[in-house]
Design a protein around this ligand. Structure first.
Ligand SMILES: Cc1cc2nc3c(=O)[nH]c(=O)nc-3n(C[C@H](O)[C@H](O)[C@H](O)COP(=O)(O)OP(=O)(O)OC[C@H]3O[C@@H](n4cnc5c(N)ncnc54)[C@H](O)[C@@H]3O)c2cc1C
Length: 449
């Protein structure tokens, strides 16, 4: 009898622990291919970010995460096949070439990835496609409302989901089916792992970070410290591992509950859960609104009164605006791939309100730089701040001077990240000086509006 061949397409779920979809694949097929398609900068992203490449910190974190996943798979007599081709073509080739009959993939938040899955389903009638939420606290079935009736505001959402029980994480997959004998694709080698990154990618490093965090006193002080701009302990720093799926939200939740049992619950420990619910909200929001997540006018198609000024955008990216706090945050981002939540709010407010720029340019630049880039949290937060998203109360403008007094009263952060620079006046360069990008075009990329 011929063997049942499955394909697990890893996306932002780069882990073996608490991975119910991988367990499902292990139980259902005789042979398994574990695939990862290395991301390329799409024409849409190149256009809005004005970047042809991903940032080094981002690549370093990703490669270390893939390297770690491969080691975990090796321990189960498997390996990760990393290819440099578009997922649609890579999967199609494997379905045709090896007779893959089962495809397993996370219930992705991104509309591009979902379009690829939908196209594959349409092309291969017989392909059995299993999608499951492997990155969230809750599953679609658990939600007390239809996705089409997702509450308009975070507060309404939170009140409805807070009574739900967060399922316990499941244990490590103990056994995986072997690779098909006929698989001969070499895959690409990873070049960025190792080095001196701010955070080390991979599920082992992510789990170690969580254990460290929950064995400190930080969770009990989180609410008081979370708005700081610099340092490792003021907030949890779970985001890089959560974004790549090296850590599962359920694992973090279980560790949080254990911490509360041992040390007592307080407002701060609750607030960690509260922030995880923001992440949860944006995930369902992205699934609910799909392409509208990237639309200038947002979910209600009401475009803000902003535009694009090439020189201003360049100043913002390089941290050369007239606002020292913004410059310091942008230097921090450019050097490390990370920025605090407060910093993200300030630089986004500056881009939208002080520089009058189209928010999508800022969101795209974040996408190209952040080590914790997450499609739902990033574009959802940008929409929210631009006043075209989740909260109908309009856009949020921060008083940058006041914020500096509150969060950097002695200007230590500004000094450390050299925020006081000789900013040239806004718009001092003519449009013809703007560089022309030569980003790789991917003809099969699914376009965003
Ligand atoms: C303009 C803008 C863009 C952002 N882009 C991203 C992004 O691409 N990826 C990303 O993970 N977060 C993003 N955030 C949310 C937030 O800034 C980061 O999650 C947070 O700074 C990460 O640091 P932390 O893990 O120490 O967070 P903590 O403060 O310790 O929070 C714990 C966890 O809760 C979640 N969380 C916290 N705040 C938010 C929020 N506002 N929205 C969604 N989830 C949240 C994160 O998963 C985070 O790891 C963005 C926020 C803004 C304002």
């Amino acid at each position: 009898m011929s063997k049942v061949i499955g394909l697990y397409w890893f996306t932002n779920d780069l882990r073996v622990h608490d991975n119910p979809l991988l367990s499902k694949a292990a139980a259902e097929v005789d042979q398994l291919i574990c695939l990862y398609c290395y991301p390329s900068v799409s024409p849409y992203l190149a256009r809005y970010s004005q970047q042809a490449k991903w940032s080094e910190p981002k690549l370093q974190f990703l490669d270390a995460s893939l390297h770690c996943l491969n080691l975990s798979l090796n321990a189960l007599n498997q390996r990760l096949l990393v290819v440099d081709s578009h997922p649609y073509h890579a999967i199609k080739d494997l379905v045709y070439g090896l007779g893959v009959s089962h495809l397993y993939v996370d219930a992705v938040a991104g509309c591009d990835e979902q379009s690829i899955i939908d196209s594959l389903k349409a092309e291969f009638d017989a392909l059995d496609v299993a999608q499951k939420e492997v990155r969230t606290l809750f599953t679609l079935e658990q939600l007390p409302f239809e996705l089409s009736a997702l509450p308009d505001t975070f507060t309404q959402f939170r009140k409805q989901v807070e009574p739900l029980v967060v399922p316990l994480p499941i244990s490590w997959v103990k056994r995986l089916p072997s690779l098909p004998d006929t698989l001969s694709l070499p895959g690409i080698s990873l070049t960025h792992h190792g080095g001196s990154a701010l955070f080390e990618g991979g599920e082992q490093a992510g789990l170690a970070h969580c254990r460290r965090y929950f064995s400190s006193a930080c969770p009990s002080e989180y609410k008081e410290t979370r708005n700081a701009l610099d340092g490792l302990d003021y907030s949890t720093k779970f985001s890089p591992w959560l974004a790549h799926g090296c850590l599962s939200a359920k694992t973090i939740y279980a560790m949080l509950k254990r911490y509360e049992r041992l040390n007592g619950a307080n407002e701060s420990t609750y607030w960690i859960y509260f922030e995880l619910l923001w992440r949860e909200y944006f995930y369902w929001y992205a699934r609910r609104y799909r392409q509208k997540l990237f639309r200038f006018g947002g979910i209600r198609n009401q475009p803000p009164l902003t535009s694009f000024y090439a020189h201003r955008f360049q100043q913002w990216k390089n941290g050369q605006t007239p606002f020292a706090i913004v410059n310091a945050c942008m230097h921090q981002l450019n050097q490390t791939g990370y920025m605090s939540n407060r910093g993200r709010q300030l630089v986004a407010s500056c881009l939208i309100h002080e520089l009058g720029l189209d928010w999508r340019y800022g969101a795209a630049y974040f996408e190209s730089q952040l080590i914790d880039y997450d499609v739902a949290s990033n574009w959802g937060n940008w929409q929210y701040l631009a006043g075209v998203g989740a909260d109908p109360r309009g856009s949020r403008q921060f008083n940058l001077e006041k914020q500096t007094q509150m969060y950097d009263p002695y200007q230590e952060f500004i000094d450390r990240w050299q925020g006081r620079c000789d900013a040239s006046p806004l718009d001092s360069v003519d449009m013809v000086d703007w560089p022309v990008l030569t980003g790789r075009r991917d003809p099969s990329a699914v376009g965003k509006p």
